[in-house]
Design a protein around this ligand. Structure first.
Ligand code: NAD
Length: 255
């Protein structure tokens, strides 16, 4: 797949799955703008790596809290003006906080629902809005959202996370229908567990073997395998797959 001359925004693009997505686009010729929330050192390190991978373009990093609607619109405008446009937006940034009913008080329950929905659902909805307006004016584009297997399977420890990802899937389906006339194609990737820094402790614990055994492949996904599905949905030729949800869960949950 060739993304030469494509301009891509990847939220949460400097680490974890987002890092693999940013890298995959850069390797295939794209110019990448990565949005991160806190870890500037890691973001700068990733930027250097991306520049080495694809020195043809000036790649960019932007710090922003995408759960803030004003910051989201501002960041989108900054990305577009620095890139000189945008062809592909990947809503990858997300948070997941444990808050099972039996472990939190009502105040924390409220707080975690609000934070999770603001980051995982409203943030992407706002970025989709900004991106769509731009892409309508430019004659088309692609949006890929990163959801989760938990949208289908449930998330007993993180109910707000599961609901936010189910909402994100529904958002992608709605937009795929309403934006198709504008040649804007919207897809969703729903990974199961992925090998990132965040899952490292769990996978090293006594629960790790059970998690690996959920898949007949006996392992969890690599971030590059999630990126591969993103590339497909963003690629030329995938137009008729708009509205689809690609599971990247090693057959650990079939629906
Ligand atoms: P991660 O924590 O390593 O990375 C998340 C990224 O999102 C970070 O770069 C962070 O800066 C950014 N981010 C978080 N909140 C933000 C905010 N308010 N504003 C701007 N940026 C923000 O996580 P990851 O494991 O790489 O996950 C990436 C995506 O994949 C998430 O949406 C996650 O829900 C989803 N996912 C992950 C797994 C997994 O096992 N790791 C499984 C299924 C789905």
């Amino acid at each position: 797949m060739n993304f030469r001359e494509k301009k891509v925004i990847v939220t949460g693009g400097t680490r974890g799955i987002g890092y693999a997505i940013s890298t995959a686009f850069a390797q295939r010729g794209a110019q990448v703008a990565m949005v991160f929330r806190t870890d500037r050192n890691k973001a700068e390190q990733t930027l250097l790596e991306i520049r080495e991978i694809n020195p043809e373009y000036e790649h960019l990093i932007f710090q922003a809290d995408l759960s803030d609607p004003g910051a989201t619109a501002l960041t989108f405008d900054r990305c577009v003006s620095a890139l000189g446009g945008v062809d592909i937006v990947v809503n990858n940034a997300g948070i997941g906080i444990n808050h099972s009913v039996d472990s939190v008080c009502y105040e924390d329950w409220q707080d975690i629902w609000q934070k999770t929905l603001a980051c995982n659902l409203l943030g992407p909805a706002n970025l989709c809005f900004c991106a769509s307006k731009h892409m309508i004016a430019e004659g088309g584009g692609r949006i890929v959202n990163i959801a989760s297997r938990g949208a289908y399977r449930g998330e007993p420890e993180k109910p707000a996370y599961g609901a936010s990802k189910a909402g994100l899937i529904s958002l992608g389906q709605s937009l795929a229908v309403s934006l198709a006339p504008y040649k804007i194609f919207v897809g969703t990737v729903a990974p199961g567990f992925v090998e990132t820094d965040l899952s490292a402790d769990l996978m090293a614990s006594e629960k790790g073997a059970g998690v690996r055994a959920q898949s007949p492949l006996g392992r969890i996904a690599l971030p590059e395998e999630v990126a591969h599905a993103v590339l497909f949905l963003a690629s030329e030729g995938a137009e008729f797959s708009t509205g689809t949800v690609i599971d990247v869960n090693g057959a650990s949950y079939l629906r």
